[in-house]
Every structure is written in structure tokens, then in C-alpha cells.
Design a binder for this molecule. Structure first.
Ligand code: BGC
Length: 748
């Protein structure tokens, strides 16, 4: 496609038309430029075929892969990339140019109705896993649309509410997943979010869509709106929103033409949007691949992936795996009808859903009782009595519990974090039988587990896609050794969550008052008990960590450092271990969480085998976002590198030092605090010398040390010397002048 030639031939009306969708799922065909189709995902194809002659549309049958809540637990970038390839090939087979995902919004509250579609409470994990998925899809010459940019962390008032977030928090928590994906995988498109950020709609936020996304990160693809997210289309184009989805039935087209004609919108801004649409179309249509959508083969992939996502949370006295000869009471409607995906735009018309119950015969001796409804929270005495009677005859009890569809979905949030009361009640009664109880969970987001201490086993199956039944049975019976780890913390109760006091906000505003303290950044800093910590997950084998190596103890932020640790499988089964690396800033240069994840590495290990987990830490691994200098800053001083199994199981720590980072001189005014002058290398010496005589006067008694005096004057502004030392205004000003000179000299 000769894009320039096409643009030269386009009328203003053509341009206004091509920057909006044709209906829900297509771009506009104009002149020789064909349309392309987009389709929801991202854990399968929700391709909708329009049948104009019948005035209806139909969703194709497709393979439902595990949702992001589950795939994130794999901590496996290779697996995500492989899943991306499969999805990309399906798109080629179905003539879909862009799959709408991955969705990478941070899990701020366990209540967000869409958490099941999101990856993690940690921006690094969300960034790395989404970049891998994007690489996989796009290697098949199909685009992705990373979404929802940005700060869309709840469903309540999602289309109008304003997320009130300070810039440091945006840069450190809510942006990096997008930033990592843009820098490492160049998604073809980004989807802006519905909400406003600090009062401005994402769809017309030029700071967000142009300054941050394009200028800071170098994004060169297309920005599309979330469906119906456009408020002021003209402001949107000026801000960098290229494509409006779906179209506006021509309403915005005429407004665009009028705005260009009367000069309210520059034609260059419109041209930039047109060009991005044309480039997107070109990228897809000029690289078509002949593929077939082999649903059977892809279903097998969905099963394989689901197994890698299951997290073993509790396994007291090795109650699992189950043995073939044991009599097992399977209880709970989810054994028959697994909850394997969430509701809303990501909902797949699934090809072949496999329930655990349908396969149970192949694994061992079992009975089955529904026990409770899997669609609502009603107590049915008869169902419970039957379940208990069957359980009493069994060796072990496996309860398939979880959240019914109605409890969590796109479009609304949960209003509590509990499982249905009927399920909790039955589990408590089953515990009383004295038989070991194992609970399998089907949920898109953490739930409170009041009986966690009383049951013998807990298996987190999440919403594991259409193959989850087979994956769960393989894990229960030990045909597959689980290796998933939680990409989110499980607090003991909802009120422990840091967003609790401000979620979901009021008067169309939600205040992100907890700032950077999201998830484990909060729980770990506060040293709170949690049900299960971030990064946690068990295995049927055991791993020994040894031989931590750090390439150097002292380095500049630009040099960075490499870290490695050996991990040995000391059990008798093959397994996989996700090694995690956290960095803890001890410099005191600002308020920071006690530690932050900066690396993870999944190792597959045969019994007795040792492999090395390797990490490269660059400046960003140590830095925080300094809004004053509008840059990332890694202060000089000491940091502790922690390597471990979860955020609460650190096996090794090592202290390292950053040197050579540029220190900013203090801003000199009469209000500058004496402590800041004493702390700063540009002014410390001068302050000590010149102010010594004044400081001496602060000595109240002989027992006071110099250190104590320093501590007392720390929070005193220079100008206060006027009041306490009776010096004149002129003298204060003179000290300021001298300080400025001293800084200038040192900077030269
Ligand atoms: C959702 C998007 C989705 C789009 C198209 C919106 O309501 O927020 O995630 O891709 O609809 O279905």
C-alpha cells in the first residue's frame, strides 16, 4: 500500500470516515483500502460475524483458553508467547486483524469485577507476561490491543468516573505494564480506557496518549477507543486518539469535517490519525498467512496451558496427590459445570468444555454429589445432607467450590469478598466428618477462606478455560505436578486491602489514596498477616536454593548488576519453580514499599537436577519516579537484593551499593530546611561550618551531642535563625546567596 498516495487522494470526508469503525467490529473500507476486522479476546476468539441479510450476528465457536487471572499464575513468559502464537494463527484463519487484548490493568482491589481478565497486582509481572503474549500473537502478523489505558481498576462508574491518582503512582504502578509491553513488544494498537484520569477522559488526554505513550515510550502504532469511550471526538483526535470504536453513525464524521474547516482541529492531527489507521490495515493485509483453525489441537493446548496455571495453596501431610485406590467424594456443582471463564466482552462461545466429573472414572473410585447450587447462594438442606452422607463413606473429600457467574463479571464489581454462604457452610460441615477435605477453587479474584486452617488441601484453579476439568484432575491425581504461583495476594479479609477505605469512590471520583502501596507492597510493608502471599505456590516436589552470586557489590545505576542463584529439585518428581527477585531500597531517599519484584524466572527441573536462575537488574530495578525532575531516580546508597520463593519466603539477601547517581542540590530559599542542607553533599560542609556558631547556641546542656543538635535543627527552616538566633533578615539572605554560590562552584 502506498499510504502517502492514498492519503493524497482522500477527501476530508474520507479522512473523517476512516478514523471511525464500521459498526462494532470493522474498520472502514475507503476507495481501495479494505476493511479489517477486530475481535475480542484475549483468551480465545470472540469473533462476531454479521449476517446482514438476516439482520443478526453470530459469535463463532472458539477455544476458550485460561483467563489472565490463571495464566498469570504460570509466571511463564514462554508459555504466554506460545499461547499468543496459537491465538495469532486462529486470527489469521478467521481473518481477524487485531485481537483486543491483553488486558493489563492492575488489580487494585479484589472486588474489581474484571480482575479475572487482568494479570496481576504487580506491574512488572503484568508487563512481562503481556509483552510475551503480544510477541506471540504479532509474530503471526496479527495485531494486539493492549488495554485499558489507563487507571481503569474497577467497573463501578467505569465510563465516567475519574481515577484520582498522583503522577508517581501512575508511573510506578498503573503505567509500567503498558510501558514494558510497548518498549519490549510494540503492540500494534493500544486501547484507551473509559474512565477519566484526574478529571480528563483517557480518550482525550493528550498527556496520556501523546506525551507519555508516544513521546516517553516511543509507541508508533494506533490508539483506539474502548467501545463507546469517546466523549469529545475533536479533543480526542487532537490528543492522539486515532480510531473511534464503534463508529458514531456519522455524527462525529461531520463534526470532524466542520472542525477542520473552521480551524478548531488541525488537518495534520487528523492526518496523523488517518495514517495510523492505514498503517494498521497495511500491516495486516500485506502479511496474510494461510492458517486453519484446528479446534481439536488448540483445545489440547488449552488443557496444557491450564495445567501450568493451577496453584497448590495447601497440602497438609501430603493429602495430595490422590491415589487411584482411594474412595473420593467429589462434591460441588463446579465438578459438573466448571466455572472456567468470566462474563462480558471476553466471553467465548466455547468449543469443548471438559468437566472434572466427566473424566473422574479414568482416575479413580469416586462418588458425586452436587451439595450446593453452582449458580446462586441458596442453602438446600437435602443437597447438603446427601453430600455429607457420601463424604462419610469416602477416604477423602474433594469440594469444587467457587464464585458463580453472577458474582463477578465485566460491568460491575463485587460488593464483598466471600464465597457463597451455602458453600462455606457445607465445607465447614464436611470438615466435621473428620475426613481430609480438599477444596478446589474456581474464581477470578481472591476470596476470603474462613475454613482455610481446617481443610487439608486447597487447589486454586481460577477460571482456567475449557480444559480446566482435565487439568484439575491431572493435578489432583498427580499426573501433573502443579507449579503455579499467585500473581496477587490473598488478604485474610477484604478490609485488609489497601484500597478498602476508598473503593469504589463517590461522586464520580475514586481516590487512589494508598498511592504506590498496592497489593504486597502494602501487606509486606505493614508486616500484616495474609492468607496467602504474593508469589506463593506449592509443588509435589521440593526445591533447594543455593549459591547466590552477584556480579559486583558496587555499581552505577547505568551499569546495573547481574544476579544468579542455583535451584535443585530435591524431590522425586519433575517440577517447575518460579524464582523471584525483589529489591529493597535502604537509601531512605523517599518513601518506598519494603520491597518490589524486579525479576522472576521459571525453571523446569527433573529430580536431582540443578539449574541457575539468572537476572539482570538495570537502573529501573532500583529507581523510583521523581516528579520534580520528571525522571527515574536511583539514589546512591545501599539496596538489598532478595531472592526467594514468594514475597514472604526469601531464601537469600545480599546488600549492594549504587554509586555515582547525580545528586540534586537543594533549592535555596529562606524556607529551606537546615536538615536538607546538612544532608546534601553540595551544601553539607558549608552549612556545618557557617552555621556552627549558630548551632552551638542550640546546645542546651553538656550531655547533648553534636548529633542531637543536628537532629533538633533538622526541620528548622533557615529563616528561623532570625527568631532563635536574633540575626537579621539581611544575614539570612546573605547565607542564601553564599549557599547558591557554593552550589554553583561545586557543580562546575
Ligand atoms: C470492553 C473492552 C472490549 C470492548 C469490545 C468494552 O466494553 O471494555 O475490553 O474489548 O468492549 O467488546
Amino acid at each position: 500500500m502506498d499510504i502517502q498516495a492514498i492519503m493524497d487522494k482522500m477527501t476530508l470526508e474520507d479522512k473523517a470516515r476512516i478514523v471511525a469503525g464500521r459498526g462494532f467490529w470493522h474498520t472502514q473500507a475507503i476507495q481501495d483500502v479494505p476493511e479489517i476486522q477486530v475481535s475480542d479476546g484475549p483468551h480465545g476468539l470472540r469473533k462476531i460475524n454479521e449476517i446482514p441479510e438476516l439482520e443478526k450476528s453470530e459469535t463463532i465457536t472458539a477455544v476458550c483458553f485460561p483467563a489472565a487471572c490463571a495464566t498469570s499464575a504460570s509466571f511463564d513468559t514462554e508459555l504466554m508467547e506460545e499461547m499468543g502464537h496459537v491465538l495469532g494463527k486462529e486470527c489469521q484463519a478467521e481473518n481477524v486483524g487485531v485481537i483486543l487484548g491483553p488486558a493489563v490493568n492492575i488489580k487494585r482491589s479484589p472486588l474489581c469485577g474484571r480482575n479475572f481478565e487482568y494479570i496481576s497486582e504487580d506491574p512488572y509481572v503484568a508487563g512481562k507476561l503481556s509483552a510475551a503474549l503480544i510477541r506471540g500473537v504479532q509474530a503471526e502478523n496479527v495485531g494486539t490491543s493492549i488495554k485499558h489505558f489507563a487507571a481503569n481498576n474497577q467497573e463501578f462508574e467505569r465510563m465516567y468516573g475519574s481515577s484520582e491518582v498522583d503522577e508517581r503512582t501512575l508511573r510506578e504502578i498503573y503505567f509500567p505494564a503498558f510501558e514494558i509491553a510497548v518498549k519490549e513488544a510494540q503492540p500494534w494498537t493500544v486501547m484507551c480506557s473509559y474512565n477519566r484520569i484526574n478529571g480528563t477522559y483517557s480518550s482525550e488526554n493528550s498527556w496520556l496518549l501523546t506525551d507519555v505513550l508516544r513521546k516517553d515510550w516511543g509507541f508508533d502504532g494506533l490508539v483506539m477507543s474502548d467501545w463507546g469511550a469517546v466523549s469529545d471526538r475533536i479533543a480526542g483526535i487532537a490528543a492522539g486518539l486515532d480510531l473511534e470504536m464503534p463508529g458514531s453513525n456519522g455524527v462525529n464524521e461531520s463534526m470532524i469535517c466542520k472542525a477542520v474547516e473552521d480551524g478548531t482541529l488541525s488537518e495534520e492531527a487528523l492526518d496523523a490519525a488517518v495514517k495510523n489507521v492505514l498503517c494498521l490495515v497495511e500491516r495486516f493485509i500485506e502479511n496474510r498467512q494461510a492458517e486453519t483453525f484446528d479446534r481439536e489441537a488448540d483445545h489440547a493446548e488449552a488443557v496444557r496451558i491450564a495445567k501450568e496455571c493451577i496453584v497448590l495453596l495447601k497440602n497438609e501431610e501430603n493429602v495430595l496427590p490422590l491415589a487411584k485406590e482411594e474412595q473420593v467424594a467429589l462434591i460441588g456443582g463446579f465438578a459438573e459445570n466448571p466455572r472456567y471463564q468470566g462474563g462480558g466482552s471476553s466471553h467465548i462461545e466455547s468449543y469443548h468444555v471438559v468437566s472434572a466429573l466427566s473424566l473422574a472414572e479414568r482416575y479413580g473410585h469416586f462418588s458425586y454429589n452436587r451439595g450446593f447450587s453452582d449458580t446462586e447462594d441458596i442453602y438446600e438442606e437435602e443437597l447438603q445432607a446427601e453430600a455429607i452422607a457420601a463424604a462419610e463413606k469416602a477416604d477423602k473429600i474433594v469440594v469444587f467450590a467457587g464464585l458463580p457467574d453472577i458474582f463477578e463479571s465485566e460491568g460491575y464489581d463485587r460488593d464483598h469478598m466471600q464465597l457463597p454462604a451455602c458453600q462455606n457452610r457445607l465445607i465447614e460441615q464436611l470438615v466435621k466428618t473428620g475426613k481430609p477435605v480438599i477444596v478446589v477453587l474456581h474464581n477470578g479474584s481472591p476470596v476470603e477462606l474462613p475454613w482455610a486452617d481446617d481443610v487439608a488441601g486447597i487447589v486454586e484453579a481460577y477460571l482456567g478455560g475449557e480444559g480446566i476439568g482435565e487439568a484439575v484432575m491431572d493435578v489432583l491425581y498427580g499426573r501433573h505436578n502443579p507449579s503455579g504461583k499467585l500473581a496477587e495476594s490473598f488478604p485474610l479479609k477484604l478490609s485488609d486491602n489497601p484500597s478498602y477505605l476508598n473503593f469504589p469512590g463517590t461522586a464520580y471520583k475514586v481516590n487512589y489514596a494508598e498511592g504506590i502501596f498496592v497489593g504486597y507492597r502494602y501487606y509486606d510493608t505493614k508486616q500484616m498477616d495474609v492468607r496467602f502471599p504474593f508469589g506463593f505456590g506449592l509443588s509435589y516436589t521440593n526445591y533447594r536454593y543455593s549459591n547466590l552470586k552477584i556480579s559486583r557489590d558496587s555499581f552505577t545505576a547505568e551499569e546495573g548488576v547481574t544476579v544468579s542463584v542455583d535451584v535443585t529439585n530435591i524431590g522425586d518428581r519433575a517440577g517447575k519453580e518460579t524464582v523471584q527477585l525483589y529489591v529493597s531500597d535502604k537509601t531512605g531517599s523517599t518513601i518506598r514499599p519494603v520491597h518490589e519484584l524486579k525479576g522472576f524466572c521459571k525453571l523446569a527441573l527433573e529430580p536431582g537436577e540443578t539449574k541457575t536462575a539468572k537476572f539482570t537488574l538495570d537502573k529501573r530495578a532500583f529507581a523510583w519516579y521523581d516528579t520534580e525532575s520528571a525522571d527515574w531516580y536511583a539514589a546512591n546508597g545501599s539496596y538489598v537484593i532478595e531472592v526467594g520463593r514468594s514475597s514472604r519466603q526469601i531464601e537469600y539477601t545480599a546488600e549492594v551499593h549504587i554509586i555515582g547517581s547525580k545528586v540534586k542540590p537543594p533549592v535555596i530559599t529562606p524556607d529551606v530546611q537546615i536538615g536538607d542542607l546538612l544532608k546534601n553533599p553540595y551544601t553539607r560542609e558549608f552549612t556545618l561550618q557557617r552555621l556552627k556558631k549558630y548551632m552551638d547556641r542550640f546546645h542546651q546542656s553538656d550531655s547533648e551531642t553534636e548529633e542531637m543538635v543536628e537532629a533538633v535543627v533538622r526541620f528548622m527552616p533557615l529563616r528561623a535563625l532570625r527568631s532563635f538566633q536574633y540575626i537579621s533578615n539581611e544575614e539570612v539572605e546573605q547565607i542564601c546567596e553564599d549557599l547558591k554560590k557554593c552550589i554553583e562552584e561545586k557543580m562546575e
